[in-house]
Structure formats: structure tokens, C-alpha cells
Design a protein around this ligand. Structure first.
Ligand code: MN
Length: 229
């Protein structure tokens, strides 16, 4: 009888832990977002193979690694934005992969193949020109910041809490929403300057990639980002 009770106890415990493992394995809190265009849609500026690998391999890896890394942490119950706002409390793995997921989701959305979305409104163009002296000055600053980023990272146009705009760059998968960011603000435009974003087509010519980037920007989305409260 004692043995039977012991066995029953073991079985129940095993079932419980099997269930827990099963439940944990099924938690996919974060998911790869849908792309609004085909892999070849941004040709010739961003090539099909780069888009495919960037989205299906790199971005997916950030999503999968983030889902794994948050298990058993406070981040399990937080939105992606909340994780970024509190990122100093979490591991480097969460920081890198939460940033990677947010940054790439943002990046896909501020690019487009649709002509009508590529037109910048006079309103937004004036806001940017007034801030940087001219629109061309802004473009030059943005390209410069992207080219100067040593190693891997991002270049951003951000809107700060006082509503002014600034061009900044962050290393790795950091972004200006993170509590550890030197300059904080809301990204309204951003470009991935990791080699994986351009190497197949541009090799070491990051400057050419950044010049091409102006041809695929979804200015409609950028303006939405600017106006979003
Ligand atoms: Mn990337």
C-alpha cells in the first residue's frame, strides 16, 4: 500500500511537470509580424534574397530567442514596449532579442513598394526641414550617423518628449525606447545598418545602401509615427 501510494504520488508529480513543460513550450507570446510586401518588392534597392533571409532567419531568430528568454521572468507578462522601457532589469539576451524584434517590426513597416506611400507630405517635409535647416541636411545627417556606427546597429530619426527631432544611432539591437539609451525618444524613421541588412547586394558599401534606402521609405507611415501620441 505504501508503495502504491508512493507510485501514485510519483505519477501525479510526473504528470504535473510534464504538463508544465508542455505549457511552457507552447508559450509563443511574441510572433513574427506579417510583411506587407513580397521579398522582391523593394528591388533593386533591397534585394529579394536579403529580404527573405533577413525576415525569415534573422527576425525569426530574435522572436524565438525572446520567447525562450522571457520564460520565468517578469517579462512574460509585459508588452514588448514595457520590456524595452524596463530593459535594464533584464538579461542581455532579453535586451538583444526584445530590441531585435521591435526594431525589425518597425523597419518592415517604414518601408514600402507603394508609390502613393513613398510621397512625403509638405507638412512633414517642412517639419523636418525646419528642424535640420533643410531636408537635404537631414538626409546627410542620417546617412552620416549610419555610416559612422562602428560594427552593428541602427540609425534613427526620433521625436523627443519636447517634440523636437534628432538623428541618433544605437549599437547592436538597442533602441531609443530602452531605459538604458543615452538619448531617449520615439523612433519615427530608422534603418538597420547591420551587415546582414545589405552585405549580399552592397558588400562593404554601407554608404550606397543608405543612399538607396531613401527610395523605399514609407513616408506615410513615418508621418503616422510622428503624429502618434
Ligand atoms: Mn537586421
Amino acid at each position: 500500500m505504501k508503495n502504491f501510494k508512493y507510485s501514485l504520488f510519483t505519477i501525479i508529480i510526473s504528470l504535473c511537470s510534464a504538463f508544465t513543460i508542455n505549457v511552457k513550450a507552447q508559450v509563443n507570446k511574441f510572433e513574427l509580424p506579417k510583411l506587407n510586401y513580397s521579398y522582391s518588392a523593394l528591388e533593386p534597392y533591397i534585394d529579394e534574397q536579403t529580404m527573405n533571409i533577413h525576415y525569415n532567419k534573422h527576425h525569426l531568430a530574435y522572436v524565438n530567442n525572446l520567447n525562450k528568454a522571457i520564460v520565468g521572468t517578469e517579462a512574460e507578462n509585459m508588452s514588448l514596449e514595457e520590456i524595452l522601457n524596463n530593459v535594464s532589469k533584464f538579461s542581455e539576451t532579453i535586451r538583444n532579442n526584445a530590441g531585435g524584434h521591435w526594431n525589425h517590426t518597425f523597419f518592415w513597416n517604414i518601408m514600402t513598394d507603394k508609390k502613393e506611400n513613398k510621397l512625403i507630405s509638405l507638412n512633414l517635409k517642412n517639419i523636418i526641414s525646419n528642424q535640420f535647416g533643410s531636408f537635404e541636411n537631414f538626409q546627410q545627417k542620417f546617412e552620416e550617423a549610419g555610416n559612422k556606427r562602428f560594427g552593428s546597429g541602427w540609425v534613427w530619426l526620433i521625436k523627443k518628449s519636447d517634440n523636437t527631432l534628432e538623428v541618433i544611432s544605437t549599437p547592436n539591437q538597442d533602441n531609443p525606447l530602452m531605459d538604458i539609451s543615452q538619448t531617449k525618444g520615439k523612433p519615427i524613421l530608422g534603418c538597420d545598418v547591420w551587415e546582414h541588412a545589405y552585405y549580399l547586394k552592397y558588400q562593404n558599401r554601407r554608404a550606397d545602401y543608405l543612399k538607396s534606402f531613401w527610395n523605399v521609405i514609407n513616408w506615410k507611415k513615418v508621418e503616422e509615427n510622428y503624429n502618434f501620441k
